[in-house]
Design a binder for this molecule. Structure first.
Ligand code: WTA
Length: 652
């Protein structure tokens, strides 16, 4: 395993136990301690109970059909995700409830009731149909955090089109790759998005991407700010590009929800894996919605009067499942914010919590560590008394950050739900239930009822420290990788027979809690974002001066990990800081700013085994300044010596 388990060992001696606060125990949705056993006794009956909380046009004939690794949930059932997130609420008092409260980075505010959101979605669905988008067609979405992102996703769901949301921080090349892989017909973007006071030129990026794609027939452009758009020189290509507001102005009325099969695809979301090419994770309809709805209700203990804020971007799975689909299916009031936590000051998030009376707050450990560093004076300026539950996701949370979150933000009043899951799992898998679970800082505790998680070794035997494993199918599991079922099987299902391998290491403590130790494969987690080492390596060797590159994750106090690259250059190429800077910029151009290496070290040779495999473990030791471990399998141990010397001398 590539993880440094030594450092994590100390975490397992964590002695603090935090029982659920009394007011929570009395009023929580999930209040029966027997629920795990009940769900385990008959998982299908248990999940069917949850599925019945949704509206189905036609009931399912069978809860689960499992021919490993292919699962079908709620077989034969018909429903529509958009209907469940919007239309069905319109015959209840939720009709006039705020579905979405949005604030832009410059401070502009928009509020949409369930009625208002449904109307916009239904009209935009009509627009898409008019443009020739049919059930099963792919639509790419490359938007900032604006309400139109949610509107576009729900409009696709309404007509049965499959959306592929691409995070606005990705480069034109990454966008083009994703458009091409899914053969998207329509691209929805914006003139610009705001980030720390400057404008992100999304449409210009989209133009650059569309030069390398053949499938896009129309590009719909949301006008975020016409003034900024003009400054950025946004151009509309006649016949291809159309303004969102003009389409919405000219269309008359909306369209009904398409009747979808439970197993029809809802979306594709690309995520990094162990090869150079991101994979398109495919999620379907009935099972996905069932699990994201169930987990939203129970993990966040969502009540009618809550104001819920998940700080993720809609471009990631957390935004899909816990800004849009789960909360809206459960009838929540969702707060959505466009910008960064430190703009124009480091109290922005806490100001928003106060201003909107946020009750449920879900963020990432990397953000919590930044808040910690910025100091208590920022949250202390604001009234956070409305908060009643805090959540975290995306990477292991260190106990100090957990305690800070608990004390400074939650005032020891709010339970913390540390939720483990992945793009592939679609919904939360391992988590406390806030009214039932006694938590220990640093552990996501145990599987959600109806989910079967354990720890296995290479032989598939249960152990206390090894690989995390999911032993039974779950409703929101990925169904395949778009266009590559073989990769789906090889990646997730080949380690053990019929058991899902998530790629994380884990340990169990004496209370039976599962501690997630991080990735055991070549996937990095930088500030909660997944990045494949191979992706970064491909971007580096794409520069013609580079002969070979090896990328490893280096411990980083705020981001969890940062990227360190060991690079060998071709004959005659001069190395130095300017080349390092150029290579960093090249990676940003190829992938996006999230993949920028923090450190580039030039080396004459990379340490390899006798069979020619790069020994990343040694590189990681060097990058993290540790004594270099076992080198007996190395082809040439002198390489490591030389590399370590250069690193220690600060030649980086
Ligand atoms: C990591 C994000 C520890 C893990 C929803 C996983 C976590 C990867 C946690 C998935 C957590 C996520 N504790 N590690 N609570 N949550 N991870 O696909 O390594 O962007 O495999 O999904 O993040 O990242 P992804």
């Amino acid at each position: 395993m590539s993880q440094d388990h030594g450092a994590m060992d100390s975490l397992l001696h964590e002695e603090r136990r935090i029982p659920p606060p009394a007011p929570f125990v009395e009023a929580a949705h999930a209040s029966d301690p027997e629920v795990w056993d009940r769900a385990a006794a008959d998982p299908e009956a248990y999940w069917a109970e949850w599925a019945r909380e949704l509206d189905w046009f036609e009931p399912w004939e069978k809860v689960l059909e499992w021919t490993p690794p292919h699962a079908k949930w709620f077989v034969g059932g018909k429903l529509n995700v958009c209907h469940n997130c919007l239309d069905r609420h319109l015959t209840t008092p939720r009709r006039n409830k705020a579905a979405l409260i949005w604030e832009g980075e410059p401070g502009d505010v928009r509020v949409m009731t369930y009625y208002g959101l449904q109307r916009r979605v239904s009209k935009f669905a009509h627009v898409l149909r008019r443009l020739g988008v049919e059930k099963g067609d792919r639509v790419a979405i490359y938007l900032p955090m604006v309400p139109e992102a949610a509107i576009a996703m729900l409009a696709c769901a309404r007509i049965g089109a499959i959306h592929s949301v691409v995070f606005g921080g990705f480069s034109p090349e990454s966008l083009a790759g994703r458009i091409n892989d899914a053969e998207a017909k329509v691209l929805i973007t914006a003139d610009a998005g705001y980030r720390r006071g400057s404008a992100v030129p999304l449409k210009n990026n989209a133009d650059a991407a569309m030069e390398h794609t053949d499938s896009i027939e129309h590009c719909i452009v949301v006008e975020r700010d016409s003034h900024v758009g003009r400054e950025l020189g946004v151009r509309m290509k006649p016949g291809r590009d159309i303004w969102y507001h003009e389409l919405m102005r000219d269309i008359e009325g909306g369209v009904d929800c398409e009747v979808m099969d439970s197993e029809d695809p809802l979306y594709i979301l690309y995520t990094s894996g162990t090869t150079g090419r991101p994979k398109g994770v495919v999620h379907t309809t009935g099972g996905y919605l069932t699990q994201v709805h169930a987990t939203t209700k129970w993990v966040f203990d969502l009540k009618e009067e809550d104001r819920y804020w998940c700080t993720a971007d809609v471009g990631w799975v957390t935004g899909h499942s816990y800004i849009v689909y789960g909360p809206l299916a459960a009838g929540a009031t969702v707060f959505m914010y466009e910008g960064a936590p430190d703009w124009p000051h480091r109290g922005r998030f806490w100001h928003l919590c106060e201003k909107y009376g946020i009750t449920l707050f879900y963020t990432a450990p990397t953000a919590i560590r930044a808040f910690m560093r910025w100091g208590e004076e920022w949250p202390e300026k604001y009234d956070l008394s409305q908060l009643r539950l805090l959540g975290t996701v995306g990477e292991p949370i260190n106990p100090e950050a957990w305690m800070w979150y608990h004390q400074v933000i939650g005032k020891e009043r709010c339970p913390i739900v540390d939720t483990w899951w992945q793009t592939e799992t679609g919904g939360i898998m391992i988590t406390p239930l806030p009214g039932l679970t006694t938590t220990t800082p640093g552990t996501a505790t145990r599987a959600f009822p109806g989910v079967h998680a354990t720890i296995l070794n290479d032989e598939g035997e249960e152990v206390d420290a090894g690989y995390l494993a999911i032993t039974k199918p779950w409703p929101s599991m990925l169904r395949t990788i778009w266009g590559d079922d073989e990769r789906f099987q090889a990646q997730y299902w080949s380690k053990w027979d019929g058991i899902y391998f998530p790629g994380d290491g884990a340990k169990r403590d004496e209370d039976g809690n599962i501690w997630i130790l991080g990735r055991v494969d070549d996937v990095l987690n930088v500030a909660g974002h997944r990045i494949g080492t191979m992706e970064v390596e491909s971007a580096l060797v794409d520069d013609e001066r580079v002969a070979e590159a090896a990328v490893v994750g280096k411990h980083h106090e705020l981001k969890g990990q940062s990227i360190a690259a060991f690079v060998t250059v071709k004959e005659g190429v001069e190395t130095g800081t300017s080349l390092a800077d150029e290579l960093k910029a090249h990676v940003v151009e190829k992938i996006g700013a999230i993949a920028r290496p923090e450190l580039i070290l030039f080396t004459g040779d990379l340490p390899k085994t006798r069979s020619g495999k790069i020994m990343r473990r040694l590189l990681k030791d060097i990058a993290e300044g540790r004594a270099v471990g076992d080198t007996t399998t190395l082809a040439d141990p002198a390489v490591v010596e030389a590399l370590k010397r250069r690193y220690d001398e600060g030649d980086a």
